[in-house]
Design a protein around this ligand. Structure first.
Ligand SMILES: Nc1ncnc2c1ncn2[C@@H]1O[C@H](COP(=O)(O)OP(=O)(O)OP(=O)(O)O)[C@@H](O)[C@H]1O
Ligand SMILES: [Mg+2]
Length: 402
């Protein structure tokens, strides 16, 4: 029986363990948190901080793993690539993993390849940040060079904003670096690709609906198929594919995020080299029948993934609606009690839903993806019908706060 090493074993990663078991694989799971729910379901559990590369390599070797994977965890991407390289297993390579996870390195490579993107500049301190904003102009976006989940992400209107937020952005960066880039107006489109032998195949293109204000980066809803059409759609597909080719990803899941302006001009926001979090895996699964987790597991083991596993099998309109405070249906405050998931699940069109609420925790206004406290996935004859159904079902969640 083949063994795979799963780097990170939190709640969201249990799906990988379940799918691996269905495919007849054994899972060695690593997480620094002994209570991580995935550890209990894995065949072998190791409590190790995966940022300790040497320790992960050692246990991978000791357990004779034949592949290394992660799911949704940006921080694990360079680790998976490095461990695979050390153990001589399939992977994207440490150099590519750096391009896929370091926003400055990535933008530099995209610039060399002429892939459309906003102006950008890197900075390590206030002096450099002022110069960066000078180069980029306002409005701008400030982000840690290497982080995810919208941590330390700010819209910048002037030097005051930069002075106020730089520290928080730097604090989220392991390499102590930020990127300042032009703020892009427009509609956001997210794409999922499977890459085989350096060739990206498009699986889905979907709309990411976001709130106005400080939470401007958070996905409130994923809508599939995208409402984009004609030239804009063509441009988005073309630009997304060219970004992955420019970054040289040989194998894996590619997740280019794009912004489409009023004139159908397309710019790259960011390109991830992993299955994204936030239920994106379900856009592919419910929308097209493509199982990105199975693809990832097979690629990690060095299996050739056939077209049948990559080509969309159908196109089912769907909406993934996240439960958040305003503009979502949840109140803000300390959670006293909650319920209603059963009602949501039996609501028309709903195919999957979950609540991540915990009694005693605080629901905050939406600022980053971690502020989403659950989701509802509904299907329909059109994406808008699916959205209406998901929204209707989401209102059946009952949350009492104090
Ligand atoms: N330059 C920009 N202009 C407009 N919106 C932006 C810009 N950069 C980021 N955003 C918004 O913020 C979101 C998150 O940005 P980005 O992916 O760079 O940060 P992240 O912390 O890596 O988040 P994620 O985990 O979603 O990848 C984008 O999907 C987009 O909605
Ligand atoms: Mg990111």
């Amino acid at each position: 029986m083949s063994r795979v090493l799963l780097v990170g074993a939190g709640r969201h990663q249990r799906r990988v363990i379940q799918r691996a078991h269905e495919l007849g694989l054994e899972v060695v799971a690593v997480d620094r948190n002994a209570d991580a729910v995935g550890l209990a379901e894995a065949d072998v559990a190791e409590v190790v901080d995966f940022s300790d590369l040497g320790a992960v390599v050692e246990l991978g070797r000791r357990h004779g793993v034949e592949g290394v994977v992660t799911f949704a965890a940006e921080r694990a991407v360079p680790v998976v690539a490095a461990v695979a390289e050390e153990l001589g297993l399939p992977g994207m390579g440490a150099e590519t993993a750096h391009l896929m996870t370091h926003k400055v390195a990535q933008r530099r490579r995209l610039a060399e390849a002429g892939v459309p993107q906003p102006r950008f500049a890197a900075a390590r301190d206030l002096h450099e940040a002022h110069a960066a904003l000078e180069t980029v102009g306002v409005p701008a976006v400030l982000k840690p060079a290497d982080s995810a989940g919208q941590r330390g992400l700010f819209r910048i209107e002037g030097l005051d904003d930069l002075d106020r937020h730089l520290h928080a952005a730097l604090a989220e960066s392991a390499s102590g670096e930020v990127i300042v880039e032009g703020f892009l107006d427009g509609r956001e489109v997210n794409t999922l690709f499977v890459i085989r032998d350096g060739v990206p195949s498009l699986v889905t293109l979907s709309d990411r609906i976001r709130p106005a204000g400080v939470g401007f980066g958070v996905a409130l809803t994923h809508l599939y198929p995208s409402t984009l059409f004609g030239y804009g759609l063509e441009q988005a597909e073309e630009t997304a594919g060219s970004s992955l080719r420019a970054l040289g990803m040989p194998v894996g899941i590619g997740y280019p995020q794009l912004l489409v302006g009023d004139n159908d001009d397309v710019d790259i926001v960011e390109v991830a080299g992993r299955i994204p979090g936030g239920q994106m895996v379900d856009v592919a699964l419910h929308g097209t029948g493509v199982d990105l987790i199975e693809v990832t597991l097979r690629q990690a083991l060095g299996e050739a993934v056939p077209d049948e596993l990559v080509r969309p099998r159908f196109s089912q309109p769907l909406a993934i609606f996240f439960l958040t405070a305003e503009p979502g249906p949840l109140p803000t405050g300390c959670v006293k009690s909650f319920g209603g998931l059963e009602r949501v699940l039996s609501s028309p069109g709903v195919v999957q839903a979950d609540l991540f609420l915990v009694e005693g925790e605080t629901i905050r206004p939406v600022q980053r993806d971690g502020d989403r406290r659950g989701y509802v996935i509904a299907v329909g004859d059109t994406n808008l019908e699916a959205l209406e159904r998901a929204e209707t079902a989401a209102r059946l969640v009952d949350v009492e706060v104090e």
